[in-house]
Design a binder for this molecule. Structure first.
Ligand code: KIV
Ligand code: ZN
Length: 384
């Protein structure tokens, strides 16, 4: 049986770009959007058009060039926001307006100084108004992670009746545990009578390092869209990382889910976003970190040299990394030295290998890492 496709909604250019220091000029945003389209994301959230003239321009220009993905603009549940978003999206082949409002008691009380009824009415009015401009309307219930489930279900039912096609259930503060987020999605699936008319979307923040786990639990529970960013960039500790959720689905066939993402472009896209935004990727970042496919301890190196699968669950080629790397450090063993030596044309006998290894260890204890370019001299000196 074929796998069920999950929509990938990329918000690198909106939630990701909100990070201090990541703000981009239109030209750079267009460059990234074109790459996201090639990567195969279903929806590109291109920006928040009312927020600044620059963001309006970016959403407008991205709308003009994107061929396959839907292009989405964010708005608050405010008429002017919706009008400006609709204008910016005019040239998009597949426009989507993303409108919404905070629904948790904390947002209602402190942000809006309002009450549930008024908030629900504003949500409905916003969706109805947005529907005057485009057919594809995503509604976000900000802070849904901490919103009372009964109220959330009732607001979802109302906005679907008003014309929402997608319901975004953000764990805005990254508070939920995976089982809590799963229960919330299940609750909506079971308690919103018209839920079959909309797609539920997971939008998880990573404040407790749970964004990927929560998003995956969300789709297991019935959501069919994940909102994410390249390298997991985003407000505070970031958003769900696109490359992680995509590869979780690829690696775990038993889940029965897949996406349209061309995973071979993941590594280069990660590098591109990191360079353009000036946001380095931590070396141990899953899938795209520089150490994600490198092995430095003797035990692991010996295993990987015999068979890559002993210590790797993903073929690096599948995410666009050329090959796994063996890094020489003082923790490396003879197998790694012999392997590296052979690669540069030295086939060492057992006695020669022992000599080179002894020499190598002394050198490696002083130098954190032994570079491949150090090896020929080391070998020659050890065998002198
Ligand atoms: O985290 C969040 O709640 C958001 C919404 C604006 C969708 O980014
Ligand atoms: Zn967010």
């Amino acid at each position: 049986m074929g796998k069920e496709l999950i929509n990938i909604f990329d918000t690198t250019l909106r939630d990701g770009e909100q990070v201090p220091g990541c703000k981009l000029e239109t030209e750079k945003k267009v460059e990234i959007a074109v790459r996201l389209d090639e990567l195969g994301v279903d929806i590109i959230e291109a920006g928040f058009p009312i927020s600044s003239p620059g963001d309006y321009k970016s959403v407008r220009e991205i709308s003009q060039v994107i061929k396959n993905s839907s292009v989405c603009g964010l708005s608050r549940a405010v008429k002017k926001d919706i009008e400006v978003a609709a204008n910016a999206l005019k040239k998009a082949k597949k426009p989507r307006i993303h409108t919404g409002i905070g629904t948790s008691d904390s947002h209602i009380k402190y942000k809006f100084k309002s009450n549930r009824e008024t908030i629900a009415n504003r949500a409905v009015d916003a969706v109805k108004y947005a529907r005057k401009f485009v057919e594809d309307i995503e509604f976000y219930a900000e802070d849904a992670g901490r919103t009372d489930n009964d109220f959330l279900a009732s607001i979802c039912e109302k906005v679907i009746d008003a014309g929402a096609t997608v319901l975004n259930i953000p764990d805005t503060t990254g508070y939920c545990l995976p089982n809590q987020y799963a229960k919330k999605i299940e609750y909506l699936v079971n308690n919103v009578p018209n839920i079959d008319k909309a797609i539920i979307s997971c939008h998880c923040h990573n404040d407790l390092g749970l964004a990927t786990a929560n998003s995956i639990q969300g789709i297991i529970s019935g959501a069919r869209q994940i909102e994410c960013t390249i390298n997991g960039i985003g407000e505070r500790a970031g958003n769900t990382s696109l490359e992680e959720v995509v590869m979780v689905m690829r690696q775990h066939n038993e889940l029965g889910f897949d996406t349209k993402i061309n995973s071979k472009l993941l590594y280069n896209t990660s590098k591109m976003v990191s360079e353009i935004m000036g946001m380095p990727v931590q070396p141990n970042k899953a899938i795209v970190g520089s150490n994600a496919f490198s092995h430095s301890s003797g035990i692991h190196q010996d295993g990987v040299i015999k068979n890559r699968e002993t210590y790797e669950i993903i073929d690096p080629n599948d995410v666009g990394v050329n090959e796994s790397s063996i890094v020489l450090t003082a923790r490396s063993g003879r197998a790694a030295i012999a392997y590296k030596a052979k690669k540069i044309g030295f086939v060492l006998s057992k006695i020669e290998l022992d000599k080179v290894y002894e020499f190598f260890l002394k050198f490696a204890d002083i130098n954190k890492e032994v570079k491949d370019t150090d090896l020929p001299t080391l070998i020659k000196q050890a065998l002198k």
